[in-house]
Design a protein around this ligand. Structure first.
Ligand SMILES: *[C@@H]1O[C@H](CO)[C@@H](O)[C@H](O)[C@H]1NC(C)=O
Length: 288
């Protein structure tokens, strides 16, 4: 019996995953060469003017979304998911959000998931580290060995086989000397302009980091349409969501990007990600 069981155990930890994010074809693709549809402001769920999503985070994940953004703010010393301010929208604690992520990852083992956390209040990075650690999520988090060039990124198969299936980025105020798995977003990505208001999404310009070169960076396309309800006041445009989140609209902007950079977006951020056909667009970009 032991002769059979022991090699099987060894085998199980070293064999590459057969199915990666639902597609065997992705197992051998580098993380830096895959297109993900992302849920913009994933925790802001509801039908209010400060809400970006209709489905809760667990439903977004069940629907196939593998890239979540989350905005954090300091609320009396706690890390809270608030939209601009906690008076405007308070979607609970970072701990609860990470708990949802942890539970989902535990149930879905052949999946690589990315979090992009914003930290405009410059909350101490060690506090974020404490939250990950408390939940045991730090054990799943991928830590790069040094600075990664585009071709240095592991494949999804490798990330899954090593159980480093959680990729974490932060926009500002991270410190990789203290929490090495919370990576610097703008070292690894550039972004197109945020808060777009033109329903034709007629550009794929580099907005942040200002003046950055596209070379060596993955890129995030903000494809979430906003409506100017009052001068200077933007709200997510739910009325045009079926068009905005259609394969046609997402691919049209992605094609503009391809024309400029000779590669497709790594991430397309969407509001109300369960409406339209985000997964259809993702499959087209990944050529399934
Ligand atoms: C992946 O590589 C192929 C071949 O070079 C390219 O056409 C595609 O746009 C790339 N996708 C991403 C997201 O980099």
């Amino acid at each position: 019996m032991w002769k059979l069981v022991l090699p099987a155990l060894v085998f199980a930890t070293s064999v590459p995953a057969l199915d990666c994010n639902g597609h065997a074809e992705l197992c051998n693709r580098k993380y830096s060469n895959i297109s993900f549809m992302g849920a913009h402001n994933s925790p802001f769920v509801g039908v209010g003017p400060a809400d970006n999503q209709l489905d809760p985070v667990g439903t977004q994940l069940d629907g196939g979304v593998r890239f979540l953004t989350a905005q954090t703010h300091d609320k009396d010393g706690a890390i809270q998911l608030c939209h601009t301010s906690c008076a405007l929208e308070d979607a609970g604690t970072l701990d609860d959000f990470l708990g949802t992520v942890k539970t989902w990852m535990g149930r879905n083992v052949d999946e690589v998931l990315t979090l992009l956390i914003t930290n405009e209040d410059a909350i101490d990075i060690n506090k974020f580290g404490d939250s990950f650690q408390k939940l045991g999520l730090d054990a799943f988090a991928f830590t790069p060995e040094g600075d990664l060039a585009m071709d240095d990124w592991p494949t999804l198969g490798t990330l899954i086989a090593r159980s480093k299936r959680l990729i974490v980025f932060m926009d500002y105020n991270m410190n990789t000397a203290q929490v090495p798995y919370i990576m610097d977003e703008f070292k690894y990505y550039f972004e197109t302009p945020f808060d777009p208001t033109d329903p034709d999404f007629p550009q794929c310009d580099i907005d942040r980091p200002a003046g950055a070169s596209p070379d060596g960076r993955m890129f995030i396309v903000n494809h979430n349409l906003n409506f100017e309800i009052l001068p200077g006041v933007l709200i997510p445009d739910l009325t045009r969501i079926e068009t905005t989140n259609s394969v046609g609209s997402i691919i049209a902007q992605s094609d503009l990007c391809y024309g400029k950079y000779q590669r497709m977006p790594n991430v397309v951020l969407l509001d109300f990600v369960g409406l339209g056909d985000a997964m259809g667009a993702q499959n087209v970009l990944n050529k399934f």
